[in-house]
Design a protein around this ligand. Structure first.
Ligand code: PLP
Length: 421
């Protein structure tokens, strides 16, 4: 099955039914382009795979939080996994029902907690004892009864990049089983909270089922122990982390994942919650740039493009791989090996290394593939580069869903104080 809707027709790259070059002509580069159909299809794959248990699928919006994307997914039945007051604001802006929102993160502020309680979200995923106490206080002040899930750290190695592993014992995330046990034993202290859920999220870009199975087995043993002490778990939030294809990975499909983990939950009464981010967004977007210079040195060829680490930081941050495709393919052109690099004054500003591809020339357009997750959301203004525009394609239509930043916007909010005059 197609994993996305970006493909060549003849020798031209299309997104769904739209010629990518037509979008670029109108909107310019650097440019993120998203496929509506791919976003929806990836959500559907999970919905279908787990249809028998009717889980709550809360799209992890930190992967890509453009309002148009959120509205697309919420309209198709997704809830949202948020990690900040800003993300709560976005969730409200697209009218996400509060009973489909879960709130994670190790550093929620009192204001963020109060706002989320007022909106009436489903669950707080709690990561420490002081946080629990703060939520108790906020709930008391607002005279609310608040559902809490404890995020446990099962101490498993998800076999992924260190920066995106969150379920190891030494990670800052979650509570160890001993601490969580103590909290549940003490739960009558928390008059305004209902400790009715468990959360476990072990990391990201996990391509096999085994780390999940190991983590969920440990979690279920914990839930059984709690049951003996009279604690009923109503929700089990199994997090996100499903891996995708960037290069030559062979990740489990949603159906394979379901076959692997559903038997673990047979006969259980709790509702399953999922928080997929990358799985839904990664292959649903590309980042298009233009070649500025081709620079040959004695050891390398560099394609210097107008896209940089401020637009897409994953290669610099994690050594992540993104495929590079020319918008106009020429199968007869000679092949060359390039490092594709941006204009930023950092040697880490590399987008792709040692890529064997058709010869590139100034003004050629290239697409960085699978840039829909952790792409634009991590963009910055480093080197005073305005952030890229974002376009959503549906069928033969496309629309700018976030305007390119202007130079004016770059300095918005800055002032020059009188005392330096
Ligand atoms: C980032 C994150 C997710 C989403 O992870 P993906 O790998 O993008 O699916 C889900 N849950 C929590 C708590 C997260 O921090």
């Amino acid at each position: 099955m197609m994993m996305h809707d970006f493909s060549y027709r003849g020798n031209e790259l299309y997104c769904e039914k739209v010629l990518v070059r037509d979008i670029v002509k109108k909107v310019g580069t650097p440019l993120y382009i998203y496929s509506y159909k791919t976003f929806v299809e990836h959500l559907r794959k999970l919905q279908r795979a787990f249809a028998t248990v009717r889980p709550l699928i809360c799209y992890s919006m930190k992967a890509n939080s453009n309002l148009a994307i959120l509205k697309t997914l919420v309209d198709k039945g997704a809830g949202l996994d948020i990690v900040s007051g800003g993300e709560l604001y976005r969730a409200r802006r697209v009218g996400c029902p509060p009973e489909k929102i879960v709130f994670a993160g190790v550093g929620k502020s009192f204001e963020e907690i109060e706002d989320a309680i007022r909106y009436g979200i489903l669950l707080f995923n709690v990561e420490s004892v002081p946080e629990l106490e703060l939520i108790e206080r906020a709930a008391g002040r607002l005279k609310a009864k608040v559902n809490v899930s404890l995020r446990i750290n099962p101490g498993v190695d998800p076999q992924t990049h260190d920066h995106i592993a969150t379920g190891k014992a030494e990670s800052k995330f979650g509570l160890d089983i001993q601490t969580a046990t103590r909290i549940f034993a003490d739960k009558s202290r928390y008059k305004n909270l209902s400790l009715c859920a468990i959360h476990v999220h072990i990391g990201s870009q996990i391509v096999t089922g085994s780390p999940f199975v190991e983590a969920f087995r440990k979690t279920l043993r914990f839930i059984d122990k709690l049951a003996k002490q009279g604690t009923v778990i109503k929700y089990l939030n199994v997090g996100g982390g499903l891996g995708v294809i960037y290069d030559s990975e062979n990740p489990q499909t949603a159906a394979q994942f379901a076959r692997r983990i559903l038997p673990l939950f047979k006969g259980r009464k709790f509702k399953l919650v999922f928080e997929p981010g990358r799985f839904i967004a990664a292959n649903s977007g590309i980042l298009v740039g233009q070649v500025l210079y081709v620079k040959q040195t004695q050891v390398k060829n560099f394609a210097i493009v107008n896209v940089a680490m401020n637009d897409l930081i994953r290669p610099s941050l994690y050594g992540a791989y993104h495929g590079v495709l020319p918008l106009k393919r020429n199968t007869r052109a000679p092949k060359e090996v390039y490092d594709v690099v941006g204009p930023i004054c950092e040697s880490g500003d590399v987008l792709a290394k040692d890529r064997h591809m058709q010869e590139l020339h100034p003004d050629d357009y290239i697409a960085l593939m699978s840039a829909g997750a952790y792409g634009f959301v991590m963009a910055s203004n480093y080197n005073s580069r305005p952030r890229a525009a974002e376009v959503l394609v549906r069928g033969s239509h496309f629309e700018v869903v976030r305007k390119r930043e202007s130079l004016q916007q770059l300095v918005e909010g800055e002032t020059i104080p009188a005392f330096i005059a």
